[in-house]
Write a protein that binds this ligand. Structure first.
Ligand code: SF4
Length: 889
């Protein structure tokens, strides 16, 4: 039974680094989500993922009890085992033999405790986080330029800018609410210019005045070229450079070689395009450059970040409204991890490993065992596990066997590791499968703490659900282990607010303006004040008690001399190059309605309807023999995947796109990171996840099928290809195999799916086979096999499990995979908010709707979160061009 509070709970979204405020309102047996109108991140908006948060709260698949070697144990047994085994490994091999690997899913309070335990008391630096995969390059870029990991901007700056440059970011899909704010600002001020820099033509290009489809990985050269062009045009801010920066002379000398011609050649762009780009940014008094994984996930990601920051510093485009370089994070609390020291090369609260910082943190924590050196970053950490140097690793709230590059090698290493501890909310993930000890953590909606979004805004994540089973907060689990390791006094916390106060106090301890991260103004909050804390941007201290919207307005930076640094960079292309064997370059990224490794978004049937299967997008000319709907083997030097083929003329030639989300619980062979080589940036340790040479080959299936079985969580059947599509009350799989079973009923019976059922069969011989299995008048199973992907009205089939067809004609239609009666098929869902499919949208265009507004008036699509608007425009364009072509004939 859920205890449902009467009033809505104000919390922060579980997903991306936009950090939207969400109000969770009790509704029936569950909750509905709506945007908080006065939250500065979203001002009432939510994207489709945020809107569907209420659909992800069920306990199916949850880890609800501690387990050792997959057997349930009590908390006391589990905590004793963790502490005893860690102590034994440290005693035998030293503290460097243990490591923690955290996550941007952890709350700041959880993160703080993990970091304090590892770096302050165990005495090793090996505390890293999956944020290493997301924004480590941005962190180093800021530190080099500003002397601190300090994001200058706020979201409002995007709305106030004359020109917004989006580079390495499909904002429309990855950070939809930021995109919506930008789209609205552009509507209100059409003079505002938006430039998208991306090898792909993504949904974000929908609002762009200019799209520069540059060569993958050539971004640094583009920004060096822009700096040179601004110098030639006299657009640099000489006073600012002279009074507030260092390094301008060397940097400007270094970019002289990036002439228009050389930049155009290196980036694969026309000179005229570049001239137009330079003109636009040169004409802009206020410019924001928003950048994300397309910049950071590179073997030269830090230099790319500094090339962007150099341009802003040189033009004086920083510290003012509507100006600045602005990196946006992937995770809800990636920034919180950076604050506490969650990265292995940080100590705590933006302090490093200088003797002064080590002494300061040691005195504050009252520990003489603070580590004196940085630990291993994510890729090196798991290599050390493989090499046997690290003998115990505690993984918290993340799924590295799906998200780390060279993921199969990581798995092999972990399988040999003497002690793998995993704290998670889900029982069966790729990572829990290799764990010795699993600890059930509280999930979003249950836990209680703070997170910091991409604009330095600290918000509360509040619990509104009771703790399920025996799940506990991460800070509690870590504190209990710390106490068992003998650190009782330092970890005697009873409430997360105590941890927050300590963290806030450390941020201000002997700070005196020397460290950007300072929230000492919050160190005295009572528990009640912490509980009701309103969103606030750091620094929050005696000088800025209400927080700080924008940094560097005073033109003072955090290097000891107060000046920012321009950094000369040498643009480099990605390390791996395509060759005869692997001639195409694979780019990876997000799709609109999924997030990370799908452990939460994969629970929502609605979110699965937009894109239901892992796919590979490629230009038709790169693989003319492969058609839409085929299955595709995508291979790199590290492994291979089986994916649905998606030829797309908008995909640049020579490059393919594969989403990063699918894990082994949702598809058999789709973990994209198993294909990626672990090349990292030498300064940030961030892997080059967006540039891997691959080859494509059609995978010939003897049959393809769709299988629907009553009940959720049914195991996938035996087939060489399967992919799971979440549906309400039904397990739904797409299937394929290279050999055809001799006997379909026997094959289905082997899956234990039709026993005791009355079966209705359509045997089409070599062309296919369909079967409906009924028990007590209720549909138990529906199966459709064909030589190629069967055409099935999925919504109609799923509906038949709750409302069985009444007439013989309707049952026959169902056997053919169609709805009986008048209900027309909808096709792929485009508008997830109102479940409006591609077919009715296309019909509406053919019947006269000529704009998104008219489609919204007619079908409601696009009228809630707006995430589908770029796709609606695309359907309108395609339909109108078909109509025009028809008229011309
Ligand atoms: Fe959540 Fe990000 Fe969507 Fe906002 S934009 S609702 S934070 S997923």
């Amino acid at each position: 039974m859920k205890a449902t509070p009467a009033a809505p709970t104000q919390t922060t979204c579980a997903y991306c680094g936009v950090g939207c405020g969400v109000s969770m309102q009790p509704q029936g047996d569950g909750f509905s989500a709506s945007g908080i109108t006065n939250h500065p991140a979203n001002l009432g908006r939510l994207c489709v993922k945020g809107s569907a948060l209420g659909e992800t709260l069920d306990l199916q698949g949850r880890l609800l009890q501690p387990e050792i070697d997959r057997r349930p144990v009590s908390w006391a047994q589990a905590l004793d085992a963790v502490a005893e085994r860690l102590r034994a490994i440290i005693a035998e091999h030293g503290s460097q033999a243990v490591a923690f690997y955290g996550s941007g899913q952890l709350l700041t309070e959880d993160y703080y405790i993990a970091n304090k335990l590892m770096k302050g008391f165990i005495g090793a630096g090996n505390m890293d986080t999956n944020s290493r995969l997301c924004m480590a390059s941005a962190v180093v870029g800021y530190k080099r330029a500003f002397g601190a990991d300090a994001v200058p901007c706020r979201y409002e700056d995007l709305e106030r800018a004359d020109c917004v440059v989006l580079t390495g970011s499909n904002t429309a899909w990855a950070h939809p609410v930021v995109y919506q704010r930008l789209a609205q600002a552009k509507k209100e001020r059409p003079g505002m210019r938006i430039i998208v820099i991306d090898p792909r033509q993504t949904a974000t290009c929908d609002i762009a005045d200019m799209h520069l489809a540059l060569r993958p990985g050539s971004d640094a050269a583009l920004f060096c070229g822009a700096l040179q062009a601004m110098a030639e045009r006299g657009r640099l801010d000489g006073n600012f450079l002279q009074q507030h920066t260092q390094g301008a002379e060397d940097t400007l000398r270094a970019v002289q070689e990036w002439t228009l011609a050389r930049t155009a050649e290196f980036c694969g762009l026309a000179e005229a395009q570049l001239r137009d780009f330079y003109q636009l940014i040169g004409d802009s008094e206020r410019m924001v450059t928003l950048y994300s994984m397309g910049i950071n996930q590179s073997s030269s990601g830090v230099d790319k970040c500094n090339a962007i920051i150099n341009l802003h510093l040189a033009m004086g485009q920083i510290g003012r409204e509507g100006c600045g370089p602005f990196s946006i994070t992937g995770q809800p609390n990636a920034m919180g991890g950076r604050e506490v020291g969650g990265l292995a090369n940080q100590l705590a609260c933006h302090m490093g490993f200088t003797p002064e910082d080590i002494s300061r943190v040691g005195r504050f924590w009252k520990s003489d065992n603070v580590t004196h050196s940085a630990g291993l970053n994510a890729v090196d950490l798991f290599r050390a596990v493989e090499a046997g140097q690290i003998k115990a690793v505690w993984i918290m709230g993340t799924n590295p066997l799906v998200s780390l590059p060279d993921a199969d090698r990581v798995r092999a290493g972990l399988m040999r590791c003497p002690l793998v501890i995993v704290s998670d909310i889900m029982r069966d993930t790729d990572t829990t499968r290799v764990a010795h000890i699993c600890l059930p953590a509280l999930g979003w909606g249950e836990k209680n703490g703070t997170v910091t979004n991409s604009e330095r805004c600290i918000s509360r994540q509040r619990g509104f659900l009771p703790a399920p089973g025996e799940a506990k907060p991460d800070w509690w689990i870590l504190s209990q282990v710390a106490q068992r390791l003998g650190f009782t006094d330092a970890f005697a916390y009873r409430h997360p607010a105590e941890i927050f106060r300590e963290h806030a106090a450390l941020s201000g301890f002997e700070n005196h303006g020397s460290r950007a991260f300072d929230i000492s103004g919050l160190a005295q909050l009572t528990n009640a004040e912490w509980d009701s804390l309103q969103p606030v941007q750091w620094p929050v201290n005696a000088l800025h008690p209400q927080g700080t919207a924008r940094l560097f307005s005073d033109k003072r930076f955090y290097h000891p001399d107060g000046r920012a640094r321009l950094i000369p960079v040498t643009p480099r292309l990605p390390l791996n190059r395509p060759d005869d064997v692997y001639p195409l370059v694979m780019n990876t990224g997000r799709v609109r309605d999924q997030w990370h490794t799908m452990t939460r978004t994969g629970k929502s049937a609605r979110l699965m309807q937009h894109i239901s299967e892992p796919f590979c997008q490629f230009h038709p000319d790169d693989a003319p023999q492969i058609r839409a709907g085929d299955l595709l083997r995508v291979s790199s030097s590290h492994g291979w995947l089986l994916l649905r083929a998606q030829p797309d003329p908008l995909q640049p030639r020579g490059s393919v796109f594969v989403p990063m989300h699918w894990n082994s619980q949702f598809s058999q062979q789709a973990r994209v990171d198993a294909l990626i080589e672990a090349h990292v940036d030498p300064l940030s340790g961030q892997p080059e996840s967006k540039h891997m040479p691959v080859s494509l080959r059609r995978w010939r299936a003897a049959w393809q099928a769709e299988l629907f079985v009553r009940g959720e969580g049914i195991a996938p059947p035996l087939a060489q290809y399967w992919s799971r599509i979440t549906q309400p009350g039904v397990s739904h799989f797409t299937l394929a195999d290279s050999s055809r079973p001799a006997d379909w009923p026997a094959w289905l019976s082997e899956q234990n799916a039709t026993d005791g059922c009355l079966c209705q069969i359509a045997d089409l011989g070599d062309d296919g086979y369909s079967l409906l299995a009924w028990a007590d008048g209720e549909l138990q199973l529906a199966f459709y096999a064909r030589r190629s992907a069967p055409s099935v009205d999925r919504q109609a089939v799923v509906a038949a499990f709750s409302v069985p067809p009444q007439t013989a004609a309707q049952r026959l239609a169902l056997l053919a995979g169609r709805a009986g009666g008048d209900k027309a098929p909808t096709g792929a869902i485009i508008c997830s908010c109102f479940s409006i499919g591609e077919i009715p949208i296309a019909d509406a265009v053919r019947q006269g709707c000529r704009s998104v507004q008219q489609l919204g008036d007619t079908l409601k699509c696009g009228t809630n979160c707006g995430s589908c608007i770029p796709e609606l425009k695309k359907i309108i364009a395609v339909q109108l061009s078909t109509l025009t072509a028809g008229e011309a004939e």
